[in-house]
Design a protein around this ligand. Structure first.
Ligand code: HQG
Length: 183
């Protein structure tokens, strides 16, 4: 399988597992899981056929580790990034003292007025990894990196959830916790 094929499968999976399971006749289970057999069957019926081998490669090699199998391998889910109503079942966890968020410079005025908003997603996405966050920022325009004072947010009672791929999720980040990091 070449890179383009992997990308296409990853995009199809993101669409189905995060946003529109209904388009292939699926409903997500608690935690955002889908039975692998059921998924393969649904993808086939909707003309987006993918084999189990291909699925395993995409889960293992996806550049952002977006997907994961359950421990027994019978189920699959997207780790984060959903727009459908689903409880991923992540437990609130104490965050590292500092987390990062990458965005475009044109968003700064609005972010320093309203804070980081989750928009269409379930949460605001943060990470310990500055490089990753700069990459995320570059999707939006001229990149800027924000440091989030997670220690102070946590002390103030804000909750954080961590996924299996170092994405930290929270509901909202007030401007008082944000500073621009000089690149
Ligand atoms: C910005 C990708 C103005 C926010 C990535 C961002 C990530 C505001 C954009 C994951 C704002 C939302 C998430 C405010 C936030 N005013 N702009 N008050 N509050 N914003 O794509 O964080 O490929 O929904 O800074 O790798 O960029 O999907 O979120 O620029 O991990 O797996 O509004 O999505 O992962 O954009 O990216 P997004 P994001 P996947």
């Amino acid at each position: 399988m070449n890179e383009n094929q992997q990308k296409r499968i990853s995009k199809n999976l993101s669409y189905v597992l995060r946003h529109r399971p209904d388009t292939v006749g699926l409903e997500l289970l608690d935690g955002g899981w889908v039975e692998v057999d059921v998924l393969l069957d649904a993808m086939k019926r909707s003309g987006k056929a993918v084999t189990l081998d291909e699925l395993q490669i995409v889960v293992a090699e996806n550049n952002k580790q977006r997907f994961e199998f359950s421990a027994d391998g019978a189920q699959i889910r997207a780790r984060q990034g959903h727009s459908v109503e689903v409880d991923l079942g992540y437990k609130a966890t104490t965050p590292p003292a500092v987390l990062y968020h990458g965005t475009a410079t044109r968003n700064l005025d609005s972010i320093f007025a309203d804070g980081l908003q989750k928009g269409r997603r379930h949460h605001v996405h943060l990470s310990t990894n500055k490089e990753t966050m700069i990459q995320v920022a570059m999707r939006h325009g001229k990149p800027v990196l924000l440091a989030v004072d997670a220690a102070r947010m946590s002390a103030a009672g804000c909750e954080f959830y961590v996924t299996g791929n170092d994405v930290w999720l929270t509901d909202h980040v007030s401007p008082e916790y944000l500073t621009v990091v000089e690149l």
